[in-house]
Design a protein around this ligand. Structure first.
Ligand code: HEC
Length: 98
């Protein structure tokens, strides 16, 4: 199953169990489904240019939404720290230790 493959990817190694659930019940609904037009998890070419904007810009666009990307990625339960971890998992962006 696609969701299982995505969730076992190394990119989510930093997520705790609760964040893993937030990821699968929100972000994965679009970011593992090509037909939604979302850049896909585990597919670096979809993310190269986006990630060059840097984490802070990705965070702003996630919180406010961007075209087909809904504000907060529908994750109303997410804290800023959750969103940072979920963005890392979805985008694969490399971020220096915070
Ligand atoms: C309803 C579908 C949907 C959901 C749910 C969703 N996304 Fe997205 N996301 C999109 C789409 C579509 C785009 C591409 C927007 C564009 O550039 O047109 C996107 C883009 C992004 C981007 C790139 C923003 C940029 O600056 O290019 C990030 C980061 C992101 N999503 C993170 C997340 C995270 C984290 C979650 C879960 C909390 C999430 N998304 C949930 C559809 C979704």
């Amino acid at each position: 199953m696609l969701t299982t493959a995505v969730l076992s990817a190394p990119a989510r190694a930093d997520l705790d169990e609760r964040q893993g659930k937030l990821l699968s019940s929100n972000c994965v609904q679009c970011h593992a489904r090509p037909e939604t037009g979302a850049p896909l998890m585990g597919n670096p070419p979809d993310w190269k240019v986006r990630n060059e904007q840097g984490m802070d810009r990705l965070l702003v666009n996630t919180v406010l939404g961007l075209r087909g990307m809904p504000p907060l990625g529908y994750c109303s339960a997410c804290t800023e720290q959750d969103l940072r971890e979920l963005i890392k998992a979805v985008s694969g962006i490399e971020v220096a230790a915070e």
